[in-house]
Design a protein around this ligand. Structure first.
Ligand SMILES: *[C@@H]1O[C@H](CO)[C@@H](O)[C@H](O)[C@H]1NC(C)=O
Ligand SMILES: *[C@@H]1O[C@H](CO)[C@@H](O)[C@H](O)[C@H]1NC(C)=O
Ligand SMILES: *[C@@H]1O[C@H](CO)[C@@H](O)[C@H](O)[C@H]1NC(C)=O
Length: 271
């Protein structure tokens, strides 16, 4: 890795990636929309901050796109633009196919045997990178484009789960990208963030060209924004390649957890 004084950008083009969740979602019913509207009105959002010095960076931002082979990403002018600003990890691979176990892996350090995209809730007593961060009082948040409200736990807009929340306090930090644009205004960005564009913007339902254009529009202004660039490491990657037969060698999604552990001296998940 190489560093500049105020920022470090690492572009990782993963070579393995995914299918959309099995599209079991029907169109939203009026009741579902009403429930979502009601929840939007009361959803609690929190934006804690912290200033824990890291060995190599003080802020960690991971942006995940979907289902694109390395060659396609490398050839896209917008991804190439950001690759020139940082370094490219040519040997970064996903854990498996399809998408969901890869998202499990980057947070949990394991895919827990999951091999599909079904609606799954990991039990509350399973530790993740968030436990390691909170242990060292490092602020974190997830920003999910078009998530209808903070803490939304449904599989989709339609199949939302109205039951009891498993992680009430943590849910206040799992918010939509609308909030990403609000938080810097109050200097409220956390030290660790995971950013998920929607299925249009991340290339899953579109193409690497659409993903690249979204990234250009999203990231370019941020790179000149001192509220975002505070010794910030930006990782740009894909959850998996489009071609399932590409072989796996090595960095992988577990390397994201290792990076954060090494930087802030966190404990390990032991997996
Ligand atoms: C989590 O809780 C379940 C149900 O009580 C239990 O079976 C399981 O062993 C627990 N796992 C861990 C890692 O503590
Ligand atoms: C984003 O989440 C906030 C907080 O729950 C909610 O008020 C807002 O309506 C959501 N925005 C969109 C575009 O869904
Ligand atoms: C995804 O977000 C983009 C803006 O980033 C928007 O143009 C697009 O319509 C959204 N896709 C869906 C399916 O809502």
């Amino acid at each position: 890795m190489h560093f500049s004084s105020c920022s470090l950008i690492v572009i990782c083009l993963a070579s393995v990636s995914a299918a959309a969740p099995a599209t079991t979602a029907a169109s939203p019913t009026a009741t579902d929309v009403a429930d979502v509207d009601a929840a939007q009105a009361t959803a609690k959002t929190e934006s804690p901050t912290s200033h824990v010095k890291g060995k190599a960076f003080d802020r960690y931002v991971s942006i995940w796109f979907e289902n694109t082979d390395y060659d396609m990403a490398a050839a896209d002018p917008n991804f190439a633009f950001f690759a020139k600003k940082g370094i490219t990890l040519e040997n970064l691979f996903a854990i498996t196919h399809p998408s969901e176990p890869n998202y499990m892996a980057v947070a949990g350090g394991d895919n827990f045997g999951l091999d599909g995209d079904i609606f799954t809730q990991v039990p509350e007593n399973i530790s993740t990178v968030v436990d390691l961060l909170e242990d060292k009082r490092i602020s974190w948040a997830m920003y999910e484009e078009d998530m209808p409200y903070t803490g939304y736990q449904g599989f989709s807009w339609v199949n939302q789960n109205n039951g009891a929340n498993d992680y009430p306090e943590r849910l206040t930090k799992i918010k939509n990208t609308t909030m990403f644009f609000e938080d810097p205004k109050a200097n409220k960005l956390p030290q660790w963030m995971f950013i998920t564009p929607n299925m249009t913007s991340d290339g899953h339902d579109t193409s690497v060209t659409v993903a690249g254009e979204w990234l250009k529009g999203f990231l370019t202004p941020l790179l000149d924004d001192p509220r975002f660039m505070q010794n910030t490491l930006v990782i740009i990657t894909f959850d998996e390649s489009e071609t399932y037969t590409i072989q796996i060698v090595f960095y992988d999604h577990y390397s994201e957890i290792s990076t954060v552990e090494a930087n802030w001296g966190l404990h390990t998940l032991g997996r």
